[in-house]
Design a protein around this ligand. Structure first.
Ligand code: AMP
Length: 388
C-alpha cells in the first residue's frame, strides 16, 4: 500500500513531486489552471513541512525534442503570479537542474522543464530515470493521469527511490477506485458510453466481475443493438466487434449482470442535422442515433436511483452539440441529485458533469481518463504499485 505524503519525513528534504501540469498554454499564457490548482494541496503541504519542492511534469507530446511551445516556463510564471514564488530550471536533469535545485531553501519551490523534452521519459531509459532520481531524497507521485504509464518519472525513478509515496490527488483516486474494486456498496451500476466498444471492451469485461447493472449509451450502444437484431440506420457501428459483444452477453449471463440498452433515441439524417425523436429501438433507414431518448433517460435514471455505487465513463450521445446533449446531461443531473457514491471516470464524462453544473455533488471526479479505465480493467496501475 502506497504511503501518503503525510507519512513521509519532508523537513529539509529535496522532494520530487511528479505533477500533472499538462495544461493548455497559448502564446506563453496558461489558459486553464484546473490541473495547477488541483496540485496545490500537495505542494502547499510540502512547503509547510519545510521540503525543498521540485515539481516535474510533461506538457504535450514533444517526443524527445525541445519544442518551445511546450515549455513549462509559463506555468512557473503563472504559479509565481498567482500563488507563491516558483523558480524554473530550463532542463529537468543534469547540471542545469542540479544547480537550480541547490539554490533552494526549505519551503521553496522549483518547476523543472518538460520531462518529455528527453526521449528517456516516455521510453523509461534507466539512465534518464537515474538522473531524475539523483535530484531528490524523497519521491511523491501526484499525477494520476499518467499512473498507467511506465515512464521514467512515473515508474523508473520511483523504482530507484527508497522514500516515496502518493500525493493528495493520487491518494484520493486510490481511495475511490479501491472502493469500487474491493467492496462497492450494492447495487453497483456502471454507465459506459462514448464512441467505441473497442476502446472500452477491457473495462466492460472487468465490469462483468464487479458491477450488477451496466447501462450502455453513446455510439457503442448501436453495436449492441445491432447484435440484438435491431435496425440502426446509419449510426456509428463496429461490425467487427460482434464476437466481443457476444462474449459480453455470455459473461453477463454467467455473472447475472443486467445490461441495459437504449429503448429510444434522438436521431438525425446527418451528423449535425436537425434532431428528431425516434420513439422505438429500431432506427429508420437513412438516420443515425446521436443521443438516448426520453424513455431511455427515464429507465436509466430510475435504475440508477436504486444503485448505491455508480461508475460513469463516456457520454450518452454527441453531447458537444446541444441538440444531442439531453441524455448525457440528464444522467449528470440524476447522479448529482442522487444518494449513490458516484465516481466519474476522466475525459468527456468529466466535461459533462462540469457543464451540467453538478460536479460539487459528485463524490469523485477522476483526473485521469486512460488511467481510470486501466485501474478498473487491471485492478491496479504501475505508477501506484511502484509506490509500495
Ligand atoms: P469516448 O472518448 O470514447 O468517451 O467518446 C466520446 C465521444 O463519443 C464524444 O466525442 C461523443 O461525441 C461521441 N459520441 C457519443 N455518442 C455518439 C453517437 N451516438 N454517435 C457518434 N459519436 C458519439
Amino acid at each position: 500500500m502506497a504511503k501518503s505524503i503525510k507519512e513521509l519525513n519532508l523537513k529539509g528534504k529535496k522532494l520530487f513531486i511528479r505533477v500533472d501540469f499538462n495544461v493548455p498554454v497559448k502564446d506563453g499564457v496558461v489558459k486553464d489552471d484546473t490541473r495547477i490548482v488541483e496540485a496545490l494541496k500537495s505542494i502547499r503541504y510540502a512547503k509547510n513541512e519545510g521540503a525543498k519542492v521540485i515539481l516535474a511534469s510533461h506538457l504535450g507530446r514533444p517526443k524527445g525534442e525541445k519544442v518551445t511551445e511546450m515549455s513549462l516556463e509559463p506555468v512557473a510564471k503563472y504559479i509565481t503570479d498567482n500563488f507563491f514564488p516558483c523558480t524554473f530550471a530550463t532542463d529537468c536533469i543534469g547540471d542545469v537542474a542540479k544547480t537550480a535545485i541547490d539554490k533552494l531553501n526549505d519551503g521553496d519551490v522549483i518547476l523543472l522543464e518538460n520531462l518529455r523534452y528527453h526521449k528517456g521519459e516516455e521510453k523509461n531509459f534507466p539512465e534518464f530515470a537515474a538522473e531524475l532520481a539523483s535530484l531528490a531524497d524523497v519521491y511523491v507521485n501526484d499525477a494520476f493521469g499518467t499512473c498507467h504509464r511506465k515512464h521514467a518519472s512515473t515508474y523508473g525513478m520511483a523504482e530507484i527511490m527508497v522514500e516515496k509515496g502518493a500525493g493528495f490527488l493520487v491518494e484520493k483516486e486510490i481511495k475511490y477506485f479501491e472502493g469500487l474494486l474491493q467492496q462497492p456498496a450494492r447495487p453497483f451500476g456502471a454507465i459506459v458510453g462514448g464512441a467505441k466498444v473497442s476502446d472500452k471492451i477491457g473495462v466492460i469485461k472487468s465490469l462483468m466481475e464487479l458491477a450488477d447493472k451496466i447501462f450502455v449509451g453513446g455510439a457503442m450502444a448501436y453495436t449492441f443493438l445491432k447484435y440484438n437484431g435491431k435496425t440502426i440506420g446509419t449510426s456509428m457501428v463496429e461490425a467487427d466487434q460482434m464476437d466481443i459483444v457476444a462474449e459480453v452477453y455470455a459473461a453477463a449471463k454467467q455473472k447475472q449482470v443486467q445490461i441495459f440498452l437504449p429503448l429510444d433515441h434522438t436521431i438525425a439524417s446527418e451528423f449535425n442535422g436537425a434532431p428528431l425523436d425516434c420513439t422505438e429501438e429500431d432506427i429508420p433507414d437513412g438516420f443515425m442515433g446521436l443521443d438516448i431518448g426520453s424513455k431511455t433517460i427515464d429507465l436509466y435514471v430510475g435504475e440508477l436511483n436504486k444503485c448505491k455505487t455508480v461508475l460513469w465513463n463516456g457520454p450518452m450521445g454527441v453531447f458537444e452539440n446541444p441538440d444531442y446533449a439531453k441524455g448525457t446531461f440528464a444522467i449528470a443531473d440524476a447522479l448529482g441529485a442522487g444518494e449513490a457514491i458516484v465516481v466519474v471516470g476522466g475525459g468527456d464524462s468529466v466535461a459533462a458533469v462540469n457543464q451540467a453544473g453538478v460536479s460539487d455533488n459528485i463524490d469523485h471526479i477522476s483526473t485521469g481518463g486512460g488511467a481510470s479505465l486501466e485501474y478498473i480493467e487491471f485492478g491496479k496501475l504501475p505508477g501506484i504499485e511502484i509506490l509500495g
